[in-house]
Ligand binder design. Structure first.
Ligand SMILES: *Cc1c(COP(=O)(O)O)cnc(C)c1O
Length: 395
């Protein structure tokens, strides 16, 4: 840790050539590390255990999600590809998804051979809802993806009844809501199936990997069959190697203590941001038992810097805050066929939110120092903006 470095003067900002506030990066990725010994115990079991470790992981996850079936795969990306392919209504070619979301979501749909049809989000949840999906439903709709945002949920009940009424398969991307509850029930058994990831940046770290949960035994069978490369058309072998299961299982053993640490980080942000006007911590409904894996801040209109300027200033200091799901997928050039109409709420949200550093590599003290830096930005806003503008001018 860089001790004693006080950014009192505008001159000392790293963006203007001063020393960085942190000597090691402060990321937004969870990068949680399990107990070392525990991990190696699981690795040893790989050779001796009567059932494969991936099966043990599947049982453990099914129990956690209060659902009948869990099917692992080598990533969330390929798990979703399998799932869309398995659930799509035959003879139809559109999948509805939000634009403000995980950057590769539309690629997955295109890979399966279908057309992404982008819907808007609600401002209150930053997620899609029955109201935003309904205008996109047509006779070509093959499936709907409800995506849980970072913090909070998409409209689980509304999307479920819309999908039921129109007899369209419904998938929830629940990567960001692994351990939460909706009306008391664990996330994992809503819609036709739910998708999760155990990549290194997620709540449960399996190095890489993903899984699907469902209560539908036929769908579970199909997915188990498909992940081994069996099936018509494009085939994939996307099984999860046991070493990933060892990592994820040791992560699950340490989940309760991780949740406590995440909550402490969130509370530190809340405390620190309370006296910084125009930066708003996105609060979470405690009834959902949020995991606080990621922390999102809204840049309100009166904050002197734009969202992107704020991120730029932070990044220069090794505070690797990131623009929240930026840019929305519909703001990027796309090489494949897709459908997008006006998405006013997506456009509104596109430049307002920041994912703040959190996870294993960020201490409570780091958070206080980040907040101090934000206070400094606010105090010297005029001088800093002036200097930034000069930097932009061609020499
Ligand atoms: C990370 C992520 C995925 C994909 O998971 P990978 O295991 O990284 O392929 C899908 N959806 C969301 C919302 C994600 O954050």
């Amino acid at each position: 840790m860089t001790k004693g470095l006080e950014k009192r003067e505008t001159e000392s900002l790293a963006l203007f050539g001063g020393p960085r506030l942190f000597s090691t990066p402060k990321p937004t990725s969870n990068l949680v590390r399990p107990d070392y010994d525990r991990f190696f115990e699981y690795v040893q079991r790989m050779e001796t255990a009567p059932v494969r470790l991936t099966e043990e992981l599947e049982q453990r996850l099914a129990t956690m999600h209060e659902v009948k079936h869990c099917i692992t795969a080598n990533s969330g990306f390929w798990a979703l590809a399998l799932l869309i392919d398995a659930l799509r209504l035959p003879g139809r070619n559109e999948v509805i998804l939000p634009s403000l979301t995980y950057r590769r979501m539309a690629d997955i749909i295109a890979w399966v051979g279908l057309i992404p049809h982008f819907c808007d989000i609600e401002r209150s949840t930053l997620a899609n809802s029955a109201d935003t999906v309904l205008p996109c439903v047509n006779e070509q709709t093959a499936a709907i993806i409800g995506v849980h945002p970072v913090g909070g949920h998409c409209d689980i009940d509304g999307l479920s009844s819309l999908a039921r009424n129109h007899r369209i398969p419904l998938i929830f991307d629940s990567v960001e809501s692994v351990h939460e509850r909706h009306k008391g029930k664990r996330i994992g058994s809503f819609g036709d199936a739910e998708l999760f990831s155990i990549g290194a940046s997620k709540l449960v770290n399996g190095f890489e990997g993903g899984y699907i949960t469902t209560n539908d035994p036929k769908l579970a069978d199909t997915l188990r069959h498909k992940r081994c490369g069996a099936g018509a058309g494009k085939t994939l072998n996307v099984q999860l190697p046991d070493i990933h299961a060892a990592m994820a299982l040791s992560g699950l053993d340490g989940l309760a203590s991780q949740l406590e640490r995440n909550l402490a980080r969130f509370e530190r942000y809340r405390e620190e941001l309370a006296d910084i006007p125009f930066l708003r911590l996105v609060e979470q409904d405690t009834a959902t038992e949020p995991s606080h894996k990621n922390i999102v801040m809204e840049v309100l209109d009166c904050w002197p810097f734009s969202r992107d300027q704020t991120v730029q200033l932070l990044n220069a200091e090794m505070i690797l805050a990131r623009a929240y799901y930026a840019p929305p997928l519909t703001h990027k050039p796309m090489t494949y066929l897709h459908i997008a109409t006006a998405l006013p709420n997506t456009d509104w949200a596109a430049n307002r939110f920041i994912s703040m550093p959190c996870g294993h590599l960020v201490s409570l003290d780091d958070i206080s120092r980040i907040a101090d830096f934000l206070r400094l930005l606010q105090r010297h806003a005029c001088a800093i903006l002036d200097r930034m503008a000069k930097q932009q001018q061609p020499a």
